[in-house]
Write a protein that binds this ligand. Structure first.
Ligand SMILES: [Zn+2]
Length: 102
């Protein structure tokens, strides 16, 4: 079963039910320079300190998901899918080269 998430108070902020009954996580996709942030224990106690240490050491991760919890990864994936569908539906930008009128 897919986990449910809902827009909270801004298009980049979501809530998601925890696997622990009764708990809700707040996920902010724009926090930390768009890396994202989650209120869950894993992100707050494990991922964020690891990320901060990596930044302090000048490390630029090739796969930023290594510093994200499962909630951030899941919501980013689903939001990305929504964006790809929107891009797919748009007619404003054509991938074809424009005719050269010169
Ligand atoms: Zn989380």
């Amino acid at each position: 079963m897919k986990k449910k998430f809902e827009v909270y108070d801004h298009p980049t902020r979501y809530t998601m039910q925890s696997s622990k009954k009764g708990q809700v996580h707040l996920i902010d996709l724009a926090a930390n320079n768009f890396h994202g942030e989650c209120s869950c224990e894993n992100f707050q106690c494990v991922q964020m300190p690891r990320m901060q240490k990596a930044i302090d050491e000048g490390y630029e991760p090739m796969f930023p998901d290594e510093f994200r919890c499962k909630h951030l990864i899941l919501i980013r994936e689903q939001v990305t899918t929504i964006f790809i569908a929107a891009l797919n539906a748009t007619t404003e930008i054509s991938p074809k080269p424009t005719p050269n009128n010169e």
